[in-house]
Design a protein around this ligand. Structure first.
Ligand code: ADE
Length: 488
């Protein structure tokens, strides 16, 4: 990923990010830091870049021209996301860091003096972001904070790919306390449970500590955490039909956009997926249960009452605009979404593996795939999915089966967390390779405390049989993936 930084103090940025983890990531070429001195773009004879504000007031403002020219030089006219770091911006959070990490290039514009002429900001800036409710003497420190928080989420920046995921702000909880040698220091002992070697007890203790810390230090986060837990708890009453939502929430991907009046909307912002459900018994004069019967679903196509409305139309108004996919398991919602410009992508059954014990893996040579294998994946999964496959490899979510050292099949996790991509070459079928691949993938998820689940397109009998053979349960409802129709 390339970070372009437009600044009047280039040394500050280079020095600030030149050491430690960021410095190493730059040296290894995992990230590129392109620092641009705005002053070199001024047309003023004495290198001046600032002037007095019209209307009077304290201090000086950075002029539009050098900022604009520096920006043009960096982007070459490309529409790059450009962040103006300013105390007047939206608050920077982990969510922004995750969003930024999905960009290939990002421009940071650092202000100095009293700010920058508004006209150039209107022309080049896409986001105005603050790192907190305090005023720094310039934007450089704030830009470095955002670059650090973003870069450390990129594959290859941190040594251990799990460490970016299991820490403060993952799933709305602050991190638990940690201890290292010696076991007793200044008369203080390391909590006994951490020395017990009992992995489950350690996990439970850590969660308890995280919850405690969050409740005391960040009641706002704690409130969000509680809301999530309550919804997970309610949905778990019918686990099979809700595992897509509960796992999304548990894994820290989904956020609750609606959970009231019998309407649930969970949004996976990273993957732009909206999961909707109607739980109400009565809406627009009809019960959901009635609508879900086939006969009633036919009736929904006819005008309902005088208004022609089911009373649920407002639900679609809550779907974020940038949503690309919707996942639902109620036919009335499919129809509603179709009216909103979504088209059915496929119709599936949902399977979940609820046991805690790992599955036996018959085939021995199954490994995590790397970018070395991208061509194989593109050939067998589809060239049109190249960037998705690349992202899946880089996030450590693709596994391959090797026969005599040769890659012959693969499986992986989709962005929202379901198992998928399963493929085995014709020459190696009927040897248990597919089962081994999926079992391997299941085991990796169990290690993380997740409940493995997947979607099988209706009609794919071989895959359905495999899920059942591995011990997966099938949800009673049909699931629909709907894709937003491109508007052309
Ligand atoms: N520039 C000055 N103060 C700032 C802040 N709090 N956040 C972002 N940019 C800034």
């Amino acid at each position: 990923m390339i970070f372009h930084v437009l600044t009047l103090f280039p040394h500050m940025i280079r020095q600030g990010l030149g050491d430690s983890i960021m410095g190493k990531a730059i040296d290894r070429g995992v990230i590129t830091l392109d620092v641009v001195d705005i002053r070199t773009y001024t047309q003023e004879r004495h290198g001046q870049v600032d002037d007095y504000p019209y209307g009077g007031g304290a201090g000086m403002l950075m002029q539009a021209q050098p900022v604009y020219d520096a920006h043009r030089a960096v982007t070459g006219g490309k529409a790059l996301r450009t962040v103006y770091v300013t105390p007047q911006g939206k608050p920077f959070t982990q969510k922004y860091a995750r969003e930024f990490a999905r960009e290939e290039e990002l421009v940071f514009l650092c202000g100095h003096y009293e700010g920058i002429d508004e006209r150039v900001l209107e022309e080049v800036v896409t986001d105005r972001i603050s790192i907190g409710d305090y005023v720094l003497s310039g934007g450089e420190l704030a830009a470095m904070v955002m670059i650090d928080a973003t870069a450390r989420l990129l594959p290859g920046v941190l040594g251990n790919s799990l460490s970016a995921q299991e820490e403060s702000f993952h799933n709305d909880l602050l991190e638990y306390p940690q201890y290292t040698r010696p076991p007793v220091w200044h008369g203080r002992s390391v909590p006994q449970v951490l020395l017990s070697g009992d992995h489950r007890k350690v996990e439970a203790w850590r969660l308890e500590q995280s919850v405690l810390r969050t409740r005391l230090a960040r009641p706002d986060l704690y409130e969000r955490y509680l809301r999530k837990q309550q919804l997970i708890c309610r949905l778990s009453g019918d686990k099979r039909n809700h595992i897509h939502m509960t796992e999304s929430l548990k894994r820290g991907l989904g956020e609750i956009l609606a959970d009231q009046d019998g309407e649930i909307l969970v949004y996976d912002r990273d993957n732009r997926i909206c999961m909707l459900e109607l739980q109400c018994t009565q809406h627009g004069g009809r019960t959901l249960a009635a609508l879900e019967t086939e006969a009633a679903c036919d009736r929904i196509k006819e005008p309902a009452g005088e208004s022609g409305s089911t009373g649920w139309e407002h639900l679609t108004g809550k779907i974020p605009e940038e949503t690309e996919w919707c996942l639902v398991n109620q036919e009335p919602l499919v129809e509603l979404l179709q009216k909103e410009g979504y088209r059915i992508f496929n119709q599936c059954s949902q399977f979940l593996y609820t046991l805690k014990e790992p599955l036996p893996v018959g085939h021995r040579d199954i490994r995590l795939l790397t970018m070395e294998h991208i061509e194989y994946l593109c050939t067998h999964y589809g060239e049109e999915h190249r960037s998705y496959l690349q992202e899946r490899i880089e996030s450590g979510s693709m596994y391959g089966a090797f026969v005599e050292g040769v890659l012959r099949g693969f499986v992986g996790l989709h962005g929202e967390g379901s198992i998928g991509f399963l493929y085995v070459e014709e020459c190696c079928r009927r040897q248990g390779l597919a089962g081994s691949l999926e079992a391997y993938c299941v085991n990796r998820q169990l290690e993380r405390g997740w409940i493995p689940y997947g979607h099988v397109v209706q009609g794919n009998v071989a895959s359905q049989v495999l899920q059942e053979k591995l011990g997966f349960y099938k949800a009673g409802k049909t699931f629909w993936w709907l894709e937003k129709k491109p508007c052309n």
